[in-house]
Design a protein around this ligand. Structure first.
Ligand code: PPE
Length: 305
């Protein structure tokens, strides 16, 4: 990874190489940290963080769900995200806040654990490759089932939830695919290892309801962009064979942005290249994040005021 100079830890800027934690940090052992993934983009008005407030709100919601008592406020985390970007003199980067149970207590109970927070930022290029964003990726339905809502709480970005994602991702990569699609416990399409999924059938955009997937901020944005483009959109369950016969498919996420899908389980999706609806939404999204769309400028938080 590309290192930067400073990481924010509990309110202080710490040199990158010194941003360390004790090996007996509680969340390291039990997977109870909550985190966010946020992107900052270069715009004509300088670096701008995409939907910062929504991401910090989700961080605090994740903490609330897992009962991690966050040690900073919404406004303090927002300011700290901006400070990490400017202190590291970054124009475009990925921002990773994490809130975790710290050192001092072992055993599953978290009652007496202290809580720590950190925020790192570094340049992170195209998550699923330049070719993937341009021409589409090849996906595999995972043999791993996505979390049942009463097994892991999927509205929380808890580190422990990502064991399931990592298993699915590695299985897909080892089988020669780019990314994994996960089915929910009932067998419907849920989401990908680190992205939400959309299909297009007869001009209608469809994404699974957020009941058993992460409430993706890019997903939510895409539904609003579709409305602005006059594209009908529905949140409804669909099956793997409905995905196979869709006209277009794509995934959304902070890291992955908008990435078209050209193949699932060796079946070509549509014409085997990004379709019209995907291309339209993707282009509008890239304009928005780069500060070229007045209507959605409200989603940008400029780092330098
Ligand atoms: N589902 C999952 C499971 C998920 O992790 C993400 C984000 C999404 C959907 C999309 O949510 P949003 O970013 O709000 O649109 N995944 C993050 C982690 C990626 C990583 O490799 O780490 C991300 O994209 O930042």
């Amino acid at each position: 990874m590309e290192e930067t100079e400073f990481i924010w830890m509990n309110g202080k800027m710490v040199p990158w190489k010194d941003a360390k934690i004790h090996v007996l940090t509680h969340s390291l052992h039990y997977g109870t940290a909550v985190f966010e993934g946020i992107r900052c983009y270069d715009t004509p008005k300088g670096p701008a963080i995409f939907r910062l407030k929504d991401h910090v709100k989700r961080l605090l919601d994740s903490a609330h769900i897992v009962q991690v008592k966050a040690n900073f406020t919404q406004k303090e985390y927002e300011d700290a995200c901006k400070a990490v970007v400017s202190k590291n003199k970054l124009k475009e980067c990925y921002i990773r806040p994490i809130v975790y149970f710290g050192y001092g207590q072992m055993g599953l109970a978290t009652g007496k654990c202290g809580v720590d927070s950190a925020i790192a930022a570094w340049p992170w290029g195209v998550y699923l490759g330049e070719d993937g964003v341009k021409n589409g990726i090849r996906m595999k339905i995972s043999s791993y089932t996505r979390h049942h809502v009463n097994v892991m709480l999927t509205k929380s970005k808890t580190t422990g939830n990502y064991v399931n994602s990592t298993l699915a991702k590695m299985e897909a990569l080892n089988a020669g695919y780019d990314e994994a699609i996960m089915l929910d416990a009932q067998g419907y399409i849920s989401e990908c290892s680190g992205e939400n999924i959309f299909i297009v059938r007869d001009g209608v955009l469809i994404t699974p309801p957020a009941t058993n997937a992460l409430e993706g901020i890019t997903r939510k944005s895409m539904l609003e962009v579709a409305a602005a483009e006059g594209i009908e959109a529905r949140e409804e369950l669909f099956t793997r064979d409905q995905l196979y016969i869709s006209d277009e498919a794509f995934l959304t996420g902070t890291a992955a942005e908008v990435t078209p899908i050209r193949e699932v389980d060796n079946r070509t999706i549509g014409a085997g290249k990004p379709g019209q609806v995907t291309k339209k939404l993707q282009a509008r999204f890239y304009d928005i994040i780069h500060g070229k769309d007045k209507k959605f400028e409200k989603w940008l938080d400029y780092v330098e005021k």
